[in-house]
Write a protein that binds this ligand. Structure first.
Ligand code: ATP
Ligand code: MG
Length: 218
């Protein structure tokens, strides 16, 4: 089942086409990658799907609704984008608990188990501001995933993760897809993407140039 449908999506800032006539779609239960060099438009595409920027032309449809027209944001979404914002003085548990109060789908027990899943101590009293970079990234991953959204967008999720963190991330991504989520991951780490994604869109200068299926050696 198609979750995200993108048609002729273009975003122009001043005179630069940061997204250039992108047409592609993403399905439930699949892990899709966005790969490409710095500045190729991966983060912009993630932002457009999340409803954080509006297209200059073309559209993003999520679960049948045009984002920015029918819905401001997708109905069921989890996002990790560079530099997630958490409250500096609150612990990992307190931060997730506060987030959970918006939608009220995750219980205290579920928050505990998600923190354990990313190997953060749910009982730790350490405030977020004292976290290492990798610990911050782990909390960002838990925050994007803990409500088990139908659409999961992860921008550079391996940033700052050690080898064990990357393994955990791979497992969590596979589990989310198995449960039916549509997972889209942007990363310049081609090896990582090819290890988790069913297919990878290769981006270059704002264009989605081609889609490589897993197993292809292009
Ligand atoms: N607020 C903005 N205004 C104008 N141009 C922007 C803005 N933000 C990003 N850009 C431009 O959009 C283009 C795509 O940037 P984007 O962040 O999507 O690249 P990326 O593929 O995610 O790169 P990276 O691998 O470095 O994360 C770049 O040319 C960038 O300079
Ligand atoms: Mg980026």
């Amino acid at each position: 089942m198609t979750v995200v449908e993108i048609e002729n999506l273009t975003k122009i800032y001043k005179n630069t086409r940061v997204l250039d006539e992108i047409t592609c779609s993403f399905s439930a239960g699949e892990v899709s990658g966005l790969e490409g060099p710095n500045g190729s438009g991966k983060t912009m595409l993630i932002r457009a799907i999340a409803g954080l920027i509006r297209p200059t032309s073309g559209f993003v449809k999520v679960e049948g609704h045009i984002i920015g027209r029918d819905r401001p944001f997708p109905d069921s979404i989890g996002v990790l984008i560079e530099g997630p914002a958490f409250l500096e003085r609150k612990t990992a548990y307190q931060n997730l608990r506060l987030l959970s109060m918006v939608r009220r789908v995750a219980s205290k027990e579920q928050i505990y188990s998600w923190l354990e899943a990313v190997e953060l101590d749910p009982n730790s009293r350490m405030p977020y501001r004292k976290f290492s970079l990798g610990m911050k990234q782990r909390l960002g991953i838990a925050a994007a995933m803990f409500e088990e959204p139908r659409l999961l967008l992860l921008d550079e999720p391996t940033n700052a993760l050690d080898a064990s963190g990357v393994k955990i991330l791979q497992t969590l991504i596979h589990k989310a897809a198995e449960k039916g989520a549509c997972v889209i991951i942007a990363s310049h780490d081609a090896a990582f993407l090819r290890s988790v994604a069913d297919h990878v869109w290769v981006m270059s200068a704002g264009r989605a140039v081609r889609c490589v299926e897993r197993g292809d050696n292009q």
